[in-house]
Structure formats: structure tokens, C-alpha cells
Design a protein around this ligand. Structure first.
Ligand code: GLU
Length: 429
């Protein structure tokens, strides 16, 4: 067997090529959409706390803006590469198109280890990075947001740096910012909440362990869940599923994993407290230890990979014991693994759908920022639910129409929408 391709950009291009062929995209449109429109690499100095100067490398890649301004998060991670950021920018284009919000796709990243930097160092790194990429971002050009290891505080520094240079406050420059400076209620939980809605839709679709409470509220008492990654996406999804009655039986983060044996699941509120105190889920009372990646093999109804890409691969896909995989992370499943999961009839809710809640509420936040409006949290959550339900239904319908898997169906819908936008706009000059 040849070695599995793990370059995230090659993987994303491969997935796109497959769909472009099926949709019979014109050669020119196909070639245009398989590459980002613009890529900026910056190498910049940051003064460290000990007085030394370190040079960091960062990227902002803008994949496509045919349907609206570029949109996408910024991640801080030691393993960031240009190809990873390219892949993630393309995923953002498809994600926004799939859920029908008027944005294109972009992504940013800085190669750094935020866990080893002080708050002051992170602030200086952020402010200098934003200054470097400010030539291509803007509230109606390209709007950053949080991603892996960036948060509302980092967004506040982005807003402040950009605004200081303009001479006035520009709240629409970034989403995922703190509420006190124009952030949206519900944004922080949005990705996890959207993921929960997509899981409920999948369970409804299969008529599986689902209890209708009233109009549009469901309980999933007893459904078992394993969550890889306990950051902003995994911890919120776990908490909301727990509140819906699910039993969260295993959780992991970058430092280790835990499994709850016997009846009853983990008490997620207590686990969140434990993680806040010790910075890890490990050693939570009443659990046994799980080694790295063992979490993926736990027998459960729903597996939520909510960490990084390339976790479910050709090597371990035959050992996944979940019935549903809901991709909280971007790109957690390789194409080889996809094939195996599909042969084994494991239902995958692809990243562009399962984790779209974040960018959907980013869109709500951007709209509020541009109009100086403040929506209630209830409004935000209801609208998010509506979009998630509609997008899930449309993807299921496309799955039937094209007789394919969920990821290909989602891509078919998204790529068609983007290619229509490119075509109707025409080419300038
Ligand atoms: N980083 C998130 C994602 O991958 C959110 C992006 C945004 O809100 O712009 O979807």
C-alpha cells in the first residue's frame, strides 16, 4: 500500500477535484477554484519578555470571495504550515457556501507555541501580525475570527490594533470578540452548539434514541458520546449534549484522555472545572486513563473529533466503533479513512456542516457590528438552529440525489454555489 497522503492542502484539493468532475465544472473554473486567490506570508519580529527578539512566521490566505468578503479564523500553533492554512481557507469557502451565508473563505495562522508564551508576548505577537496583514484585511474585505488556540482576548487585540491605525473604532474587522466591545451573545458557544444541532438532526434522521419534548426540542437520553479535544468546540458540544441527556463516556485533550466506566457518564460541569484548575482533563476522579488516540476507538453512538486534522486515518478507521462521527474539527478524517467509514456504514457529519455554527454566528456578529445592533442570545441561538437544520436537510437531500456520502454531498452543494457565483460575476477585465 502506498503511504497515505496527509498534506491537508492536497487532501482538500483531492476532495474538490472529485466533486468538480462530478459537477462537470468548466476546466477554467475548476483550475481557478482549486487554488487560493491570494496568499500572504509574513516574517516579523516580536520583543520577548527577556528582552530578546524572536522572528515569527505567519500567513493569511484568501481562497475565494465570489460570494462575499473573505472570512475565516486565525490559529496559533507550532505545527502551522502554509499548506494547512491553504486547505483551511478552501474549507471556509465551501462551509460558508454550504450554509448559505454571504462570505468567501480565508484562514490565517502563526507558527508559535502560545502555551509557552506569556500574555504580554502573545499580545505583542498579535498586534504585530495584524499590522503585517492589515494590507489585506478589513471589515468588508476579510474578517478574521478565533480558531485553534486563539480566543476573544486575541480578537480584542486585533480590533484595537486595526482601529488604532484607522483612527476610529472598527468593530466589523473581527468576529468572536468580547461582548463588551461588540461581540455577539452566543458566539463563544456557537461551534459547539451548531455541532450539537447537527448531531440531533442526524439522530432524528435515523429515528435513533430521540425523544421529542415539544415543538422543536429533543432529548437524546442515554446516547453515548466520546469527544476528542476539550477546547472551545469539544467542551461546549460535550456540555450541550450532556444537557440534552447524552452520556459523555470519554474525553481527551492534548495532554491525555479519560474513560468513564460503568453506568452514567462524566459530569461535564465538574470536568470543565477540573480542566480550568489543572489545564487538562487527565486524572479526573472516577475515570481510567486513555492513551493518545485511544479515544477514537471507544464504543459509543457518537464520536466528536474536535481537535486537529488527520486524526481518523487509513490506519485506525477500521477500529472506529461509533455509529455517527460529527466533525467538530476541520479536516479530522483523511480520504482513505472516509472510504473505510463509508464501507462500514458509519455516518459522517462533515466538518463543513458539523462545525459551521462558529462562522454562522460570526456572520450574525458581523451584521450586528455593522448596524450597531444587539440581538438577544435567544435570537442568535434560534437563527443558528434554523440554518443548521436547513443545511442538514439540504445535505441529506443532495446525498440522496447524487447517491453519495455526506461529505461529497456537502461539497457538491457548496462547490456548485461558488462556481455559480464565479460564473455569473464573469472575469475582469
Ligand atoms: N475558525 C472557525 C472555523 O473554522 C470560525 C471562523 C469564523 O468565524 O470566521 O469555522
Amino acid at each position: 500500500m502506498t503511504k497515505e497522503e496527509l498534506n491537508p492542502f492536497k487532501i482538500t484539493q483531492h476532495q474538490f477535484d472529485k466533486v468538480a468532475k462530478r459537477l462537470e465544472l468548466k476546466k477554467g473554473t475548476h483550475e481557478y477554484l482549486r487554488l487560493p486567490q491570494r496568499e500572504l506570508t509574513v516574517n516579523f519580529p516580536v520583543k520577548m519578555d527577556d528582552g530578546s527578539i524572536e522572528v515569527f512566521t505567519g500567513y493569511r490566505v484568501q481562497h475565494n470571495n465570489a460570494r462575499g468578503p473573505y472570512k475565516g479564523g486565525i490559529r496559533y500553533h507550532p505545527d502551522v504550515t502554509l499548506d494547512e492554512v491553504r486547505a483551511l481557507s478552501m474549507l471556509m469557502t465551501w462551509k460558508c457556501a454550504l450554509v448559505g451565508i454571504p462570505f468567501g473563505g480565508a484562514k490565517g495562522g502563526v507558527v508559535c507555541n502560545p502555551k509557552k508564551m506569556s500574555k504580554e508576548e502573545l499580545e505583542r505577537l498579535t498586534r504585530r501580525f495584524v499590522s503585517e496583514i492589515s494590507i489585506i484585511i478589513g471589515p468588508d474585505r476579510d474578517i478574521p475570527a478565533p480558531d485553534v488556540y486563539t480566543d476573544a482576548q486575541v480578537m480584542a487585540w486585533i480590533l484595537d490594533t486595526y482601529s488604532m491605525n484607522k483612527g476610529y473604532c472598527v468593530p466589523g474587522i473581527v468576529t468572536g470578540k468580547p461582548i463588551s466591545i461588540g461581540g455577539s451573545l452566543g458566539r463563544n458557544e456557537a461551534t459547539g452548539r451548531g455541532c450539537m444541532f447537527s448531531i440531533i438532526e442526524a439522530l432524528k434522521h435515523f429515528d435513533y434514541k430521540i425523544i421529542k419534548e415539544d415543538k422543536d426540542n429533543y432529548r437524546i437520553d442515554g446516547a453515548t458520546v466520546a469527544v476528542q479535544g476539550f477546547g472551545n468546540v469539544g467542551s461546549v458540544a460535550a456540555k450541550l449534549l450532556f444537557e440534552k441527556g447524552a452520556k459523555i463516556i470519554a474525553v481527551s485533550d492534548s495532554k491525555g484522555g479519560i474513560l468513564k466506566k460503568g453506568k452514567g457518564g462524566l459530569d461535564i460541569d465538574k470536568l470543565i472545572e477540573h480542566k480550568l484548575e489543572t489545564r487538562s482533563v487527565s486524572d479526573f476522579s472516577g475515570t481510567t486513563e486513555l492513551k493518545s488516540k485511544e479515544i477514537l476507538k471507544v464504543k459509543c453512538d457518537i464520536l466528536v473529533p474536535a481537535a486537529l486534522e488527520n486524526q481518523i486515518t487509513g490506519e485506525n478507521a477500521d477500529r472506529i466503533k461509533a455509529k455517527i462521527v460529527a466533525e467538530g474539527a476541520n479536516g479530522p478524517t483523511t480520504p482513505e479513512a472516509d472510504k473505510i467509514l463509508s464501507e462500514r456504514d458509519i455516518f459522517v457529519i462533515p466538518d463543513v456542516l458539523a462545525n459551521a455554527g462558529g462562522v454562522i454566528v460570526s456572520y450574525f456578529e458581523w451584521v450586528q457590528s455593522l448596524q450597531q445592533l444587539v440581538w438577544t442570545e435567544r435570537d442568535v441561538n434560534e437563527r443558528l438552529k434554523e440554518i443548521m437544520q436547513r443545511s442538514f436537510r439540504e445535505t441529506i437531500d443532495a446525498k440522496g440525489e447524487y447517491n453519495t456520502d455526506m461529505r461529497t454531498a456537502a461539497y457538491m452543494l457548496a462547490v456548485e454555489r461558488v462556481s455559480d457565483a464565479v460564473t455569473i460575476r464573469g472575469i475582469f477585465p
